[in-house]
Design a protein around this ligand. Sequence first.
Ligand SMILES: Cc1cc2nc3c(=O)[nH]c(=O)nc-3n(C[C@H](O)[C@H](O)[C@H](O)COP(=O)(O)OP(=O)(O)OC[C@H]3O[C@@H](n4cnc5c(N)ncnc54)[C@H](O)[C@@H]3O)c2cc1C
Ligand SMILES: NC(=O)c1ccc[n+]([C@@H]2O[C@H](COP(=O)([O-])OP(=O)(O)OC[C@H]3O[C@@H](n4cnc5c(N)ncnc54)[C@H](OP(=O)(O)O)[C@@H]3O)[C@@H](O)[C@H]2O)c1
Length: 273
Amino acid sequence: MGAIGELRPAPSALPGAGPSLEKSTTERVLQIRHWTPTLLSFRTTRHRGFRFRPGHYTRLGLGDPEAAVWRPYSLASAAYDEFLEFIAVRVPGGAFSEKLATLRVGDTLQVDKASYGFLTVDQLAPGKDLWLLASGTGLGPFLSILHDPAVWRDYRRLILVHSVRRAAELAWREDIAALPRPELRADATATLRYLPVVTREPGATTLAERIPLLLADGRLEAAAGATLDLADSRLMVCGNPELAKELRRILGERGYATNRRGMPGQMAFEKYW
Ligand SMILES: Cc1cc2nc3c(=O)[nH]c(=O)nc-3n(C[C@H](O)[C@H](O)[C@H](O)COP(=O)(O)OP(=O)(O)OC[C@H]3O[C@@H](n4cnc5c(N)ncnc54)[C@H](O)[C@@H]3O)c2cc1C
Ligand SMILES: NC(=O)c1ccc[n+]([C@@H]2O[C@H](COP(=O)([O-])OP(=O)(O)OC[C@H]3O[C@@H](n4cnc5c(N)ncnc54)[C@H](OP(=O)(O)O)[C@@H]3O)[C@@H](O)[C@H]2O)c1
């Protein structure tokens, strides 16, 4: 089997650990969008051999190729796009993200030839409603998933919840509201409910509390017009690790489980730190 794009264990957790040079390709920045001074998204060229499944992440390398700093980043672009797209927060003093934030169109960076992770729909048992719960840059992999024709065909309802501190961080807000794009509509049966949540700007969105609270008191289900039900609901959570921990606990108490020993579960998680 080829090494590219396979589902395989996460790479070494060593800080900054990355693939050897022959296991990465050099790609060029095509476009950068600054959503706020600390949030940007960018597109790069895509090596024609690079394969991934919606929900996967890869590793990006910056700096002198012999001593590059590497970090995992989720792919926000569609599996069929000719470019790769990422969304990134700038962490003050962060070894990688501070460098990333200075990138200009035309600059180069290294991209691991492989993609990784378990935040993919094939980790879930078949269901009817797919809940995608993101905080901050955790939106990225869900954008890729929402550009996958299969989820529009296989689910009845897609529910995207994006929690951010400030409204300006609701990246791709208009694009999401305009989904599905015509090319995804052909055999689409699903509807999309997009629920933005702004937590530090009162009045910016109807939902303004943290996701676990909104879930626990039923407000999220009311806003989605859907009830969480073990038989039909599938959930994916991405971003802040405390958010993931709390949701794992709440959902676990309701009987939801993650994929175990290859047995698809009802929920899947990706923690960013
Ligand atoms: C599987 C995986 C996928 C990831 N995908 C993305 C992605 O798509 N976009 C992205 O911006 N980051 C993503 N990250 C985080 C990313 O790899 C780096 O940690 C981040 O860019 C900061 O790197 P740094 O060297 O500047 O700081 P680090 O030393 O790596 O991090 C310092 C601190 O910054 C905070 N932090 C790190 N990442 C984030 C974040 N995304 N949002 C809010 N606070 C954060 C945490 O408190 C962390 O302890 C991902 C991480 C993992 C494990
Ligand atoms: N976003 C900014 O304005 C900003 C500015 C400068 C630097 N940064 C850097 O970026 C990082 C934070 O980025 P971020 O704002 O994208 O991520 P974040 O702190 O994880 O916040 C994103 C969303 O997740 C919510 N959240 C945080 N912890 C949660 C928990 N335990 N349970 C449920 N929801 C939770 C937040 O709500 P709450 O608002 O209630 O926390 C917010 O709505 C920090 O490391 C900081 O250094 C961010």
